[in-house]
Design a protein around this ligand. Structure first.
Ligand SMILES: C[S@@+](CC[C@H](N)C(=O)[O-])C[C@H]1O[C@@H](n2cnc3c(N)ncnc32)[C@H](O)[C@@H]1O
Length: 246
């Protein structure tokens, strides 16, 4: 079990360099390793988050912009979609997909633990498979809360260990044995796909993450499990109390 504030990363681990290295193959490898399920997970969460048209969306730890792009094609079209990440090669890959598909996403290179946006400027913040990678989880969540308008929504998707023992055994075999091997072969980066199961093991459990969200300015957190609990989704509302402007 990980603790908030503990560095989840192994000494010398550089997340930004790691994602920059695998950016060119990231999307393809993800689709193979998730058995094609990841797109559906993102689409479903985005549909729920974008409950009406014309919202301003901030996608955090956006990587190649998969969630941001899904927002642009959701039934309720947003007004603005910004994709933020600190690994520029990931953003460049996302920019190329967005341009190819003519989708209006603004890509911003920045650290999600210190966002360069004004307070209360977005209605929805999303973060898919990103919070596990933040060195300072609380700083990232507080920044997300700061940038959301009071009453705004935060959607977090994250890989977690399933709660049911039989599912945990099956998933554990896949994540610990198959993913490092397949991911290593397909991406050419063995360390990146050894890091994935380690970081899942060291991360919080779903109730622990709910508690951190409540401490960081969010309220009424709902959780959903997808595909045997491999992927957990958290829907939180930005509280109306205690938000300051910057
Ligand atoms: C597993 S990828 C997820 C990408 C994307 N959200 C998706 O659904 O595929 C995690 C991303 O988090 C980014 N990241 C990790 N820590 C970050 C930070 N402090 N600031 C900005 N981006 C960060 C990495 O660069 C990487 O692109």
């Amino acid at each position: 079990m990980g603790h908030v504030g503990d560095p989840l990363l192994m000494p010398g681990h550089d997340t930004r360099a790691m994602f920059s290295r695998i950016a060119g193959r990231y999307d393809r490898v993800n689709t193979v390793l998730s058995l094609g399920l990841d797109e559906g997970w993102r689409r479903r969460s985005v549909r729920r988050a974008l409950a009406r048209p014309g919202l301003d969306v901030l996608d955090l730890c956006a990587g190649t912009g998969k969630v941001a792009l899904a927002c642009c094609t959701a039934p309720h079209r947003p007004r603005l979609v910004v994709a933020a990440d600190f690994a520029e090669p990931m953003l460049e890959a996302g920019h190329r997909s967005a341009s190819r598909r003519g989708l209006p996403v603004t890509f911003v290179a920045c650290d999600c633990q210190r966002l360069p946006f004004r307070s209360a400027s977005f209605d929805v913040a999303t973060c898919a498979f990103g919070v596990r990678n933040l060195v300072d989880l609380e700083a990232g969540l507080r920044e997300a809360a700061r940038c959301l308008r009071p009453g705004g929504s935060m959607v977090i998707m994250e890989f977690m260990n399933p709660g049911q023992r039989w599912a945990r055994r099956l998933v554990s075999w896949y994540v610990k044995k198959a993913i490092p091997l397949l991911g290593g072969v397909l991406s050419g980066s063995w360390s990146a796909y050894r890091y994935l199961p380690d970081s899942i093991d060291r991360f919080l459990t779903p109730p622990e993450l709910v508690r951190v969200l409540l401490d960081c300015g969010f309220e009424s957190v709902e959780t959903e499990e997808r595909t045997l609990g491999v992927c957990s989704v958290f829907y939180a509302t930005r509280g109306r109390e205690g938000w300051e402007t910057r």
